[in-house]
Design a protein around this ligand. Structure first.
Ligand code: FPP
Ligand code: MG
Length: 298
């Protein structure tokens, strides 16, 4: 997708404007990932100087949040490559995150007010979402509502804001696109949570079943806890380094109780909700984005 190259070039220009060699060096260490948020913006708003800038701003905010998240999660890999905190140190990751984040906000301030407030308020939610995520790892969470609220804030809020801001840029129905983005974002995070269980560590670029080891009770574990006979055993494995036998037991129980299947169903239902929101737009590419995201290898 040639447009995504334009977004990458715009990010490079923005960082260049910060006039600091180290920042350019650090930018080079980041891998861009799927650029889902940019794809969404460009589908909704089309390709223009403004939409490319909006994409760059959103990607920089997203990258900043991941730089900070890897420090918070003490993670030494990101998208299969060493994270900046691992390559350098925590201080560098935090400070570079701050540079990307503040430069993004400088650029956001030049955009139409509604676009700017849409994106900036999502960043507040994103930050609160990260706090909730950390708090929820204190003890085995059994509340689906708390999980849903957390993934909405941590992940779906910026995807919702991307879709809404793109719509605002070209005078499309902002509420409709916001709803599309919100449900897409919720489904996206659920699928990520499912892949942590179903995919091997090589594909994931991080150890498998890591969420549970790190104290994250995601949707498959919530359903498993509700349904599994030996709840005590599951609770005892929470936040522990798992042996091969223990990992296999969790995976078997996930299958036997249909916790995994029903989590996939739930994610797909949200995906369909997303499509329903923009049904009368008659834009097949919005359906394609959703499908590409949902139909990842489970
Ligand atoms: C990844 O979650 C983390 C996020 C999507 C949001 C992180 C947000 C912040 C650190 C606050 C905002 C900060 C700034 C500077 C804007 P994860 O740990 O579940 O996913 P992972 O497996 O990809 O790490
Ligand atoms: Mg993380």
């Amino acid at each position: 997708m040639i447009e995504l190259e334009k977004v990458k070039a715009q990010i490079h220009t923005f960082v260049q404007e910060c006039n600091d060699k180290k920042c350019l060096e650090l930018l080079d260490k980041l891998s861009t990932g799927k650029m889902l948020r940019s794809k969404l913006v460009l589908k909704i708003a089309g390709v223009s100087e403004e939409s490319i800038k909006l994409c760059a701003v959103i990607e920089m905010i997203h990258a900043a949040s991941l730089l900070h998240d890897d420090v918070i999660d003490e993670s030494d890999t990101r998208r299969g490559k060493p994270s900046v905190n691992a390559l350098y140190d925590n201080k560098t990751a935090i400070m570079f995150g701050d540079v990307l984040y503040s430069k993004a906000f400088t650029e956001l301030a030049k955009m139409p007010t509604q676009v700017a407030t849409t994106v900036s308020s999502a960043v507040t939610l994103l930050s609160i979402g990260e706090m909730l995520d950390v708090d929820l790892t204190e003890e085995f969470n059994t509340s689906y509502e708390k999980y849903l609220d957390m993934i909405y804030k941590k992940t779906a809020s910026l995807i919702e804001a991307s879709a809404k801001a793109a719509a605002l840029l070209v005078n499309k129905d902002a509420q409709k696109f916001a709803l599309y983005g919100k449900n897409l974002g919720l489904a996206f995070q659920m699928i990520d949570d499912i892949l942590d269980i179903t995919q091997d560590s090589q594909t994931l670029g991080k150890p498998a079943l890591l969420d549970f080891v790190e104290g994250k009770v995601t949707i498959p574990y919530l359903l498993l806890h509700e349904r599994v006979e030996d709840k005590e055993k599951l609770e005892q494995l929470y936040k522990k380094e798992l042996t091969i036998e223990q990992s296999s037991w969790i995976k078997e129980q996930m299958k036997a109780t249909k916790a995994l299947d029903d989590s996939i169903k739930q994610a797909k239902t949200l995906g369909l909700e997303a499509i329903k929101a923009v049904e009368n737009e008659k834009d097949d590419s919005l359906v394609q984005i959703m499908k590409a995201m949902i139909e990842r290898e489970f």
